[in-house]
Design a protein. Structure first.
Length: 64
């Protein structure tokens, strides 16, 4: 579950999908904008409030 602050703190039940992959750091850097566009598109298509991802043990989040 997660709290949707845009809906007054309403709790949303969710079934997250976790995808794990490995990529060369230089390739990731060169494709960063494409990755962001994909994550935003995926988040909007699935009606998410945010898309979270981890790079090198650092949790990052794009709020939609």
């Amino acid at each position: 579950m997660w709290r949707d602050d845009k809906q007054g703190g309403r709790l949303i039940r969710d079934e997250p999908t976790i995808i794990q992959c490995y990529v060369d750091e230089k390739l990731l850097e060169s494709k960063a904008q494409e990755l962001k566009e994909f994550l935003v598109s995926m988040g909007r298509a699935t009606n998410q409030g945010a898309v979270g991802f981890v790079i090198d043990r650092h949790y990052l989040e794009i709020r939609l």
